[in-house]
Design a protein around this ligand. Sequence first.
Ligand SMILES: O=c1ccn([C@@H]2O[C@H](COP(=O)(O)O)[C@@H](O)[C@H]2O)c(=O)[nH]1
Length: 274
Amino acid sequence: MSFTDKLSAAWQSQTSLLCVGLDPDLSRLPAELQSQPDAILAFCRAIVDATADLACAFKPQIAYFAALRAEDQLEELCKYIRSRYPQVPLVLDAKRGDIGATAEQYAREAFERYGADAVTVNPYMGSDSIAPYLEWKDRGAIVLCRTSNPGGSDLQFLKVDGVPLYQHVARLVAEKWNTNGQCGLVVGATFPEELAQVRAIVADMPLLVPGIGAQGGDIAATVAAGSDSVGAGMMINSSRAILYAQAQAGEDFAAAARRVALETRDAINTHRKP
Ligand SMILES: O=c1ccn([C@@H]2O[C@H](COP(=O)(O)O)[C@@H](O)[C@H]2O)c(=O)[nH]1
C-alpha cells in the first residue's frame, strides 16, 4: 500500500491526526531503563505499544539514535512498528538533502534499511536532489516548507518575486515534484497563518505539522488552519510532551505517555470539522 493510502486509512481507522514523535534522549529515560544495553529500543517500544491505537503515524527522528550510535536499535524499532502496527505509517525524520548520487543512498537508507513509508527531505538543493526519493513510487517524500523553529524565517520568509520562499516551495512540490502523489510538506504548528497559506496552495496534500506540545503551538489554530477538505490532512506531531510526560500516582512512564497522547488526540479531534 502506498504511503498516502496508508495515511488516509490511518486517519480514518485510528480517528486520529496525532503523530507520535520518537526522540529518545538517554538522560531523560526512566532510571530503571538507563542501564539496560538496549535502553533506547526498550523505551521506544513501550511508547509505541502505549500509543499505537491513538496515532496516525510514528516519527522517529534519526539524530537521536545516531548520536547514541543506536542505529541498530532504530532498525529494530522500525521492524517492530512495521510488524506489530502495520496500519500506522512510519515517517523517518532525517531531513536529508544532497546531490542525486548521494540522495540515492539516503533514499535506500530510509526505505530499505529502515523500511520507512516516508522520509523528510530538504528542498534547498533542488529537483535533482529530490528525484531519487521519487523513484520509490509508493513511498513518501515530505519536504521542509515552513519549519516550526523561529530561525526558519531567516530564509523561508525571504521574498522572491514578491512571494515568500516557503510559498514557492509549496507550489513547486504541488505542481512539479509530486509526480507519484506521494509528496507531503513540513509546516510548523507555531505558524498557523502560514499553515493556512500552504493549505490553500496545495489542496489536500498531507502535511507533517510539528510544533504543538513542547514548542507551544496552539492545537485549535493548527486544526483550523491546516485541515484538508475532509477535516484530516495532517500528521500533527508531538514528541517530548508525550515521551517525557510527568507520571501521576500509579502511572509508569508508558501510562503517562498514553494519557498525554490520548489528551492530545482528543484535543485535536474536538476542533475537527466532520
Ligand atoms: O519544522 C520542524 C521539523 C521537524 N521538527 C521535528 O519534530 C519534532 C518535534 O519535537 P517536540 O518535542 O514535539 O518539539 C523533533 O523531532 C524535531 O526535530 C520540528 O520540530 N520542526
